[in-house]
Design a protein around this ligand. Structure first.
Ligand SMILES: NC(=O)c1ccc[n+]([C@@H]2O[C@H](COP(=O)([O-])OP(=O)(O)OC[C@H]3O[C@@H](n4cnc5c(N)ncnc54)[C@H](O)[C@@H]3O)[C@@H](O)[C@H]2O)c1
Length: 334
């Protein structure tokens, strides 16, 4: 497959377009932001999202959705989850032939609790979906665009579709893709980890150390597993790149906007102020709200998610939530 269409020319969509051109693919990006399109076409940059990184000159950007969809049998969805349904409605209006949908966004839909694969099957006529793949794992766009080593996972219920995406995105220089058939685990791992990235930023903002962060990552993984396994995921998926891998990168990296938003809150900002300082989407905020209600629906204990929810949406001081976590009944780890 030589031609690939990417929907969303933000940080991740642009970095993946750059990777695909490195892999000798013909790439067209669709975006609804004219300034982004012009900048990619004329200057081969996306400065508000990827700073000074130079993109491959061969990348074409367009606001003509029909033209972009007609370019390829594979549609890469790289818009924030909050607009996925809106964009899919636009796609539905003009789609005439079946496509493989490959989602790279990480989040759950607010109110419906749906994963992106479920949103795609909700909106697009089933006859026009030849497959769905989730491409997820520890991967900051800022590193991929400058060709730093990265390994992620292509997950699909159809192993042949996972293998197709693996072949298209992998190269021997810097990008290695594993396959998985655990779509639920991949989608949930990639989404839930953003909540702990916000918590990780808060810890740093409050001046806690690496002991606290290690405990957050470890106990966060346990919460992620509780939710994901109850919804049908396999435990080994959460132990892999889309779970532990992504949790580590997002809790430890200065590139994570979820971490950065949490850091500002830990330093004293409220949610609105911290989000106003971010130029890119902070998926973990909405995912936290979704996961909070999902955990109640599933009758699962998620004390860290509850604490982050209370700070974000009930404006309780992070220090008070930490005190509550520390005062919980002592128990065995087993
Ligand atoms: N940036 C990363 O390092 C990274 C890595 C892995 C996964 N992700 C995930 O990828 C998703 C996108 O993240 P991002 O960092 O690229 O976000 P971003 O904010 O940088 O870019 C989003 C892009 O979507 C476009 N867009 C928004 N609404 C649209 C619409 N209705 N129609 C067409 N285009 C529209 C915007 O104009 C923008 O260019 C998120 O779910 C994120 O969690 C990001």
């Amino acid at each position: 497959m030589k031609n690939i269409a990417i929907i969303g020319g933000g940080s991740w969509g642009s970095a993946l377009a750059n990777l695909l051109v490195d892999n000798n693919k013909n790439v067209i990006i669709y975006d609804n932001d004219k300034a982004t399109i012009d900048e990619i076409n004329q200057f081969h940059t996306n400065k508000s999202k990827l700073n000074e990184a130079k993109l491959n000159k061969e990348i074409v950007a367009s606001n003509d959705l029909t033209k972009v969809l007609n370019h390829s049998k594979i549609i890469v969805l790289a818009v924030p989850t909050s607009v996925t349904r809106i964009v899919l409605e636009d796609i539905r209006q003009v789609l005439t032939e079946e496509k493989i949908f490959c989602n790279v966004a990480k989040g759950l839909e607010l109110k419906t609790n749906k994963r992106v694969s479920e949103i795609v099957y909700d909106v697009i006529d089933k006859d026009l979906i030849s497959g769905f793949v989730s491409l997820s794992g520890p991967s900051h766009a800022e590193e991929v665009v400058v060709r730093k080593l990265t390994s992620i996972v292509a997950a699909s219920e159809n192993i042949n579709h996972a293998k197709l995406i693996q072949e298209i995105f992998s190269n021997t220089d810097y990008f290695r893709v594993y396959t998985s058939t655990d779509l639920i685990g991949a989608e949930l791992g990639g989404s839930l980890k953003n909540i702990y990235a916000i918590a990780s930023g808060m810890l740093d903002g409050l001046g806690y150390g690496i002991n606290a962060k290690s405990a957050l990552i470890t106990r966060g993984l346990i919460e992620m597993k509780r939710i994901a396994i109850k919804l049908g995921a396999q435990e080994e998926t959460l132990n892999g790149l889309v779970g532990v891998g992504d949790l580590i990168v997002t809790c430890m990296s200065r590139f994570s906007r979820n971490y950065s938003a949490g850091l500002l809150i830990g330093e004293g900002d409220d949610l609105k102020t911290s989000l106003s300082k971010m130029t890119m989407v902070v998926e973990g905020v909405k995912t936290c709200k979704t996961a909070y209600f999902l955990a109640r629906e599933l009758k699962i204990q998620t004390p860290i998610i509850d604490a982050v929810y209370n700070v974000l949406f009930r404006e309780i001081e992070p220090k008070i939530e930490i005190a509550k976590l520390m005062a919980r009944d002592l128990k065995s780890e087993q």
